[in-house]
Write a protein that binds this ligand. Structure first.
Ligand SMILES: Cc1cc2nc3c(=O)[nH]c(=O)nc-3n(C[C@H](O)[C@H](O)[C@H](O)COP(=O)(O)OP(=O)(O)OC[C@H]3O[C@@H](n4cnc5c(N)ncnc54)[C@H](O)[C@@H]3O)c2cc1C
Length: 410
């Protein structure tokens, strides 16, 4: 007898986990295949700082017991300035959060298979009808979802998404104790998530300190290996070297000690997806890629993509003839554009401009933020081009022109 289900999902991250929850709660027969073993889950995929906001907690019913620390403020730091904004948030224990997602979906009736590494699609002509995992095991479904993050074995084989290596951002973080979160000459980071724009530490990207309570914090660095990275990089430095350099040179870490086994690393693509679905298939989460390009907020966006994929599957599978053709599943692409990543073009453009600016420009930007109203900053953050252009200075014209030229070329 063939192993056949309504939906098979590859990957038990925020995207796959949320899609499984939504589908199982609607009564569909869902199987999730996860490459890692159940005992150690999540190990390599325990990759995220997992800072998030109350709207995400409420939308997905995330419980307080997976929160390491509730935060009050978000701080933007440049080499010589900082800007604080009251914006409540929560730093999750990502491993607990991922396990909570598994428990929720299983309670609703989803089946999870751990130690199940998905390698390729099973095709019937041009259409995917199932997946091969662990070499020769096969599972079939009306709809297959790739939620494996940047690994994307199915999306790549089906030529969906078009992930580009040069658009892959890499990130690493360690958890520390004995961090001086209220050091002289720096912003008070108590109960805050701080993001720092400084090419000395994260050339072509940013670094962060997220307070996790008492004297502990998550400390990380991420960047794209772009032109700005190359222009500002230190010869021979790996991403681990940049994080170590920060810890060695910033007085806030003078007595800091790494917490054993608490290191997280991963990557995500910062680019526009080509498409996200085809016959019987959807790609969700960072397989698409879905992470917000500007500040790397991926949990909310990936869960939302899982949710709209589940809604699309529900619509196709309730139809009496179960129409899962590319035309039907294209509803997911539209929902992704409308509800998951609206204005993604403008945010990508802003990202490219931001990471090309100099450290002096970061200082001017962060200092200028105090002059603008909250509404205006919200509007810029949401990708409103007119308000964004209003914040530019004469010296930005060359970056604007260069970014626009590359944008048109790409
Ligand atoms: C260092 C770092 C810090 C971050 N910080 C934040 C933050 O503070 N806030 C925030 O919102 N976002 C943050 N993000 C982004 C966020 O973590 C991601 O966007 C999100 O985890 C992506 O979810 P996903 O479900 O698409 O993929 P993933 O989380 O990558 O999950 C994919 C799952 O698929 C499994 N898998 C992979 N390959 C296979 C295979 N072949 N077969 C079966 N299973 C497979 C993996 O083991 C994993 O469980 C951060 C990311 C990084 C790397």
């Amino acid at each position: 007898m063939t192993d056949t289900h309504d939906v098979v999902i590859a990957g038990a991250g925020p995207a796959g986990g949320q899609a499984a929850r939504d589908l199982a709660s609607r009564g569909y027969d869902v199987v999730v295949l996860e490459t890692e073993s159940e005992d150690e889950f999540p190990s390599r995929s325990n990759k995220s700082t997992a800072g998030t906001f109350p709207s995400t907690m409420a939308s997905f019913g995330i419980p307080d017991d997976v929160v390491m620390n509730f935060t009050d403020d978000v701080i933007l730091e440049s080499p010589n300035h900082h800007y604080r904004r009251h914006q409540p948030g929560a730093v999750l224990e990502f491993a607990d959060f991922k396990n909570w997602l598994v428990d929720e979906a299983v309670a609703d009736g989803a089946e999870y298979r751990f130690d199940a590494r998905v390698s390729k699609p099973i095709m019937d002509g041009d259409e995917i009808v199932g997946v091969t995992y662990n070499g020769d095991e096969e599972v079939y479904a009306d709809i297959v979802i790739d939620a494996t993050g940047p690994a994307a074995p199915l999306a790549k084989a089906l030529d969906v998404c078009g992930l580009r290596r040069e658009k892959q951002a890499i990130g690493i973080e360690f958890e520390y104790e004995n961090v001086d979160v209220d050091a002289e000459g720096y912003a008070d980071l108590t109960d805050s998530m701080m993001l720092r724009l400084d090419h000395d530490i994260a050339p072509g990207g940013y670094s962060w300190i997220f307070h996790t309570g008492a004297d502990t914090a998550k400390v990380g660095v991420c960047y794209l290996q772009n032109e700005s990275h190359r222009a500002n990089s230190k010869s021979g430095f790996t991403i681990d070297d940049y994080l170590q350099y920060w810890v060695d040179t910033d007085p806030r870490f003078a007595d800091a000690k790494k917490l054993e086994g608490k290191q997280h690393r991963g990557s995500a693509h910062v680019q526009l997806p080509d498409k996200m679905s085809t016959d019987n298939f959807m790609a969700i989460g960072d397989t698409v890629p879905t992470v917000d390009p500007l500040w790397g907020e991926g949990i909310d966006k990936c869960m939302r993509s899982g949710r709209v994929a589940a809604a699309t599957a529900d619509r196709s599978l309730t139809d009496s003839d179960r129409d899962t053709s590319a035309g039907e599943l294209a509803v997911y692409d539209q929902l992704w554009q409308d509800r998951v990543a609206p204005k993604v073009n403008k945010r990508l453009f802003m990202t490219e401009m931001l990471y090309r600016a100099s450290n002096d420009r970061y200082d001017a930007l962060v200092s200028d933020l105090h002059k603008h109203s909250k509404d205006k900053l919200d509007s810029v953050n949401a990708g409103n081009l007119r308000d964004m252009l209003g914040m530019l200075k004469l010296e930005d014209v060359s970056i604007l022109a260069k970014t626009a030229r590359d944008w048109v070329r790409n």
